[in-house]
Design a protein around this ligand. Structure first.
Ligand SMILES: Nc1nc2c(c(=O)[nH]1)N[C@H]1C(S)=C(S)[C@@H](COP(=O)(O)OP(=O)(O)OC[C@H]3O[C@@H](n4cnc5c(=O)[nH]c(N)nc54)[C@H](O)[C@@H]3O)O[C@H]1N2
Ligand SMILES: Nc1nc2c(c(=O)[nH]1)N[C@H]1C(S)=C(S)[C@@H](COP(=O)(O)OP(=O)(O)OC[C@H]3O[C@@H](n4cnc5c(=O)[nH]c(N)nc54)[C@H](O)[C@@H]3O)O[C@H]1N2
Ligand code: SF4
Ligand SMILES: [Mo]
Length: 735
């Protein structure tokens, strides 16, 4: 039996320095700032290439889900600088602070350097080193045991959107389970289902370049960064475009806007229904467009009759005169006006209705496929990569643990409802789950009610986690399979518009880690499912993906992308809506079929009782989700989260800036520093998510800030499956 280590012994700095020659790069803080000013990055990089021993490698960032193009400068085998690739449409030559700071995570002393098998009680933090062969054999044995004894459905597979996800999905389909979870119900289910059931497409784009009037609803592009879109937003603001932001909090986007509307949480749909009421009453909608391309307008007329601005004012606390003015101005800017579809609109059970109202408002002004309006096809590319040929998948037996579709008939299978899956592990209903394979996801912090997620992990027979670091979820695993960092590995190729991009190693793996592509493949081999992932190594797989195109892998690696010549965007299907009626469904066929109100409607959200506050969550520009908090460079610029309290609330409880406060909800209690500000409604408290880690393996982040997931109640919209993160109410007191 090999030696048992604690986290401290495993990841001590001394051991790290012995193990890596690259420590020199640590602390050499490369430009961490917000978006760079215009600079000729390409030029700068080629100048530097002249330096002896320096090479430039083009790859793709993985510090968040946006996938920006990166050019890495490597000197004598050490990554010295990451810059934006000017050829990449996702970032147009610029990286955000998190992208720049990728170097720190690569050289972090806290990396998991070899596979680990638990050597004490689950969650005790005791581990032993394992070889890949042993760790994968052990994982496969456990997975086989579960399948033999309880059926494949007792094994769950989870992964948050990433480039190699298609191969994870092949693995789980080959294994034969119906239980696959993603992050989506914690993120954008309200938006995607809201637009899907209106336009037949889940995520239309937005033409910022020609837009004259933009309304964001809790979409905080300045901090919830979508690199290219954030840049477009900033340019739009600089052009003097009218930008309205509805957010109970003065976000950075609100600070850039022409108008901030501190809406009462959960009441955005009242605002939009009233806008629709005014636009219809004043006959400002696009009659030709509505007649030709929509259905259900008459039903909408009846529904919104009483949703006047005066009615809405009582709900959303935005003055009726403001709502009326915005409705008139918005309509007169049409079609170059957009009510943005937003993104993580997981705020209230009624967020789906908010998204439906937004979708319908856009349809009324006919901005579809118009300059400055919604862009029909957000589909990444029409370029189709070569696919692996493999045997037919077995038919997955059993209903899904996440309730789709038997409990949530309207949630598309691909989106799922992860929080319900977690709950059903605990209840053991409709059947007992036994094992969980989690790749690139940190459900312990990302699902509401942290303790429940920990309890669910503790209940299972077997948990394996594929991660780059000792995430909070990995901390409760039986096996940790360490993935190589994105700067050390290949992933599946990604087509964007007319180009194909590659993620490739910038340096060789520093430790005994593997790409997830190889982890999935070798696990499949050990499960006897190797024929489903028929490739020798990553290069062989990528070559198969490239087969349809006139480029070889070497050339793709050298240039960083392949560009299809003579590529023409196809707009012939822009007005073919993939709904049951073939039209934009103001009145949704599927909603009617399900016995629900088919037009956007008002559902009263709950309000906090006396001395309780809405708990709001969201992103900061300097961190990603639940995973970059251990990055020491990013910690320098954003060291911990604090609870935003309105000045009047702070005065009431006798708290000053940075004093400790205690927040308590029905399900949890945390202590956190106060950030006292005028920039939030007095009935709200805001926390950036992702802090308050429970893993002692995240040495820099452990003990910093607090997790709002420890406070969040689990509340799910029965239509979209979205998790209502702002429907938790808390009390606050001085610590
Ligand atoms: N820097 C950075 N960028 C990121 C990410 C990251 O982690 N870090 N994550 C990426 C991902 S996965 C996503 S989904 C996006 C999310 O991007 P966004 O959806 O733009 O941002 P969030 O910060 O999640 O939430 C936005 C705002 O919603 C407000 N809010 C809460 N309740 C309500 C309400 O009832 N009504 C209204 N109108 N507003 C409300 C909060 O105050 C907050 O300011 O960001 C992406 N970009
Ligand atoms: N309280 C609160 N909860 C939220 C949100 C919020 O704003 N507040 N936001 C919600 C949203 S919008 C989303 S999208 C979800 C996100 O929820 P998750 O997807 O669970 O969160 P992430 O932090 O993105 O998890 C990423 C995990 O992948 C690991 N990782 C990073 N890079 C790699 C890699 O290259 N390979 C591998 N194998 N692992 C890697 C990280 O270490 C981390 O453990 O959270 C949701 N939950
Ligand atoms: S937005 Fe930032 S973190 Fe996300 S992929 Fe781009 S550079 Fe990386
Ligand atoms: Mo998200």
């Amino acid at each position: 039996m090999s030696k048992v280590y604690t986290w401290d012994q495993l990841f001590s700095r001394r051991q790290f320095i012995k193990g890596s020659v690259a420590a020199a790069a640590l602390g050499a803080a490369a430009g961490i700032g917000l978006l760079r000013p215009e600079s000729n990055l390409g030029q700068g990089i080629s100048d530097q290439a002249a330096v002896k021993g320096t090479k430039l490698v083009t790859t793709i960032c993985e510090q968040c889900v946006w996938r920006c193009g990166v050019i890495a400068r490597v000197e004598d085998g050490v990554v010295k600088m990451l810059e934006g690739n000017p050829d990449h449409p996702n970032n147009l030559g610029r990286l955000c602070p998190r992208g720049n700071a990728g170097i720190e995570t690569l050289y972090s002393p806290d990396r998991i350097k070899f596979p680990l098998i638990r050597a004490g009680a689950r969650g005790s933090g005791l581990w032993r080193r394992a070889s890949w062969d042993e760790a994968l054999s052990y994982t496969a044995e456990q997975m086989k045991k579960i399948k033999d004894k309880y059926g494949a459905k007792a094994m769950m597979f989870n992964s948050t959107d990433n480039l190699s996800q298609p191969f994870f999905e092949i693995l789980l389909k080959a294994y034969g389970t119906p239980n696959y979870g993603t992050q989506r119900s914690l993120c954008f289910n309200s938006m995607t289902t809201g637009f899907l059931y209106t336009y037949g497409t889940p995520q239309p784009g937005t033409d910022f370049s020609k837009c004259k009037y933009m309304i964001f609803t809790g979409r905080n592009l300045a901090e919830g960064i979508s690199n290219s879109e954030t840049q477009e937003m900033i340019e739009m603001v600089a052009r003097g475009v009218k930008v309205v932001v509805l957010d109970p909090r003065f976000s950075k986007t609100a600070s850039k806007a022409t108008e901030w509307l501190p809406v009462r949480p959960g009441t955005d749909s009242a605002f939009f229904l009233a806008m629709i009421n005014v636009i219809i009453k004043e006959k400002l909608y696009n009659k030709v467009f509505v007649n030709q391309y929509t259905q259900g307008f008459e039903d909408l007329l009846t529904e919104v009759k009483d949703y006047t601005p005066e009615w809405a004012e009582k709900k959303c606390e935005i003055p009726a005169t403001t709502i009326r003015r915005i409705a008139l101005d918005f309509a007169s800017a049409a079609p170059a006006a957009i009510a943005h579809p937003n993104w993580r609109t997981s705020n209230f059970v009624n967020s789906f209705q908010t998204e439906r109202a937004i979708a319908v408002l856009n349809a009324l002004i006919g901005n579809w496929a118009q300059p400055g309006g919604l862009i029909p096809d957000q589909d990444l590319s029409t370029l189709k990569l070569g696919v692996l040929s493999h045997p037919a998948f077995p038919i997955a037996q059993g209903i899904r643990l996440d309730g789709v579709p038997w409990q949530y008939p309207m949630v598309p299978l691909a989106y799922g409802v992860i929080q319900t899956m977690r709950d059903n592990i605990l209840t053991g209903k409709p059947y007992e789950a036994k094992g969980w394979l989690i790749s690139r996801q940190n459900p312990v912090l990302s699902i509401p009610e942290r303790q429940k997620t920990i309890n669910a992990l503790m209940k299972l027979d077997f948990v394996a986690v594929i991660d780059i670091q000792a995430s909070d979820t990995a901390y409760y695993a039986d096996v940790i399979l360490p993935e190589s960092y994105y700067l050390e590995r290949f992933d599946g190729l990604i087509p964007i518009k007319n180009k194909i991009f590659i993620r490739q190693p910038v340096v060789e793996p520093l430790y005994d880690t593997k790409s997830s592509l190889m982890i999935y493949k070798e696990l499949a081999d050990k499960l006897g499912l190797g024929e489903f992932l028929p490739f020798k190594d990553e290069k062989d797989l990528l070559a198969q993906q490239l087969k349809p195109f006139a480029v070889d892998l070497e050339e793709l690696q050298r240039v960083g992308h392949y560009e299809m010549q003579d590529f023409k965007e196809d707009h012939s299907k822009d007005f073919e809506f993939q709904t049951s009626s073939g039209k934009i469904e103001i009145s949704s066929g599927i909603m009617a079929q399900m016995g629900k109100k088919a037009v956007p409607t008002w559902n009263e959200p709950p309000r906090p009782e006396k001395d309780h506050y809405y708990l709001l969550t969201g992103k900061t520009a300097q961190h990603t989700q639940m995973f970059t908090q251990n990055n020491r460079w990013l910690l320098e610029v954003f060291p911990e989260n604090r609870a935003w309290l309105h000045t009047s609330v702070a005065a009431k409880i006798g708290v000053k800036m940075n004093d400790d406060v205690v927040l308590e909800s029905e399900v949890g209690k945390v202590s956190i520093k106060a950030y006292v500000t005028e920039g939030i409604r007095p009935d709200c408290i805001f926390m950036v998510g992702g802090f308050g880690h429970v893993s002692k393996g995240l040495k820099a982040a452990y003990g910093l800030g607090a997790s709002d997931s420890a406070l969040h109640k689990t509340i799910t919209d029965p239509i979209s499956g979205g998790s209502a993160l702002s429907e938790t109410f808390v009390t606050v007191s001085k610590a």
